[in-house]
Design a protein around this ligand. Structure first.
Ligand code: ZN
Length: 122
């Protein structure tokens, strides 16, 4: 193999690595934006519950259909946030819990935070 071919191939390898790294960073950036949007939405929903309870002078939060609807939306947001954290950890190649997205050891059979068994060991 000529020197020029070797240099060309090395250049292509580095180029591909750089492109892969850039795509990874872009993907990570998009996931982080989605995460921040979901967190902001959840915060807004909590605030809406607070205002509704305050203005309506509601005694039993659970009895209010509006609050129940908002709590359902918060639960959906929560699931979305956990999924996004899991995706971010996957891109960063960090092991995280299948359920609560806490960062855990690669060989952990149970999550130290939520105690649930990890899918790869079931
Ligand atoms: Zn967990």
């Amino acid at each position: 193999m000529s020197t020029i071919t070797t240099i060309r191939k090395a250049g292509l390898r580095i180029g591909r690595k750089t492109v892969a790294g850039t795509l990874r960073m872009a993907h990570l950036g998009k996931l982080t934006i989605d995460l921040n949007v979901a967190k902001a939405e959840q915060k807004r929903l909590f605030k809406e519950i607070g205002e509704h309870v305050h203005i309506g002078r509601i005694d039993s939060v659970q009895a209010s259909p509006k609050v129940k609807g908002l709590l359902d939306k918060i639960a959906i947001c929560d699931a979305k946030i956990r999924k996004l954290i899991k995706k971010i950890n996957d891109v960063k190649q960090v092991n995280s819990c299948d359920y609560c997205s806490a960062v855990i050891d690669g060989d952990a059979k149970y999550c130290p935070k939520c105690s649930r068994p990890q899918k790869r060991y079931l």
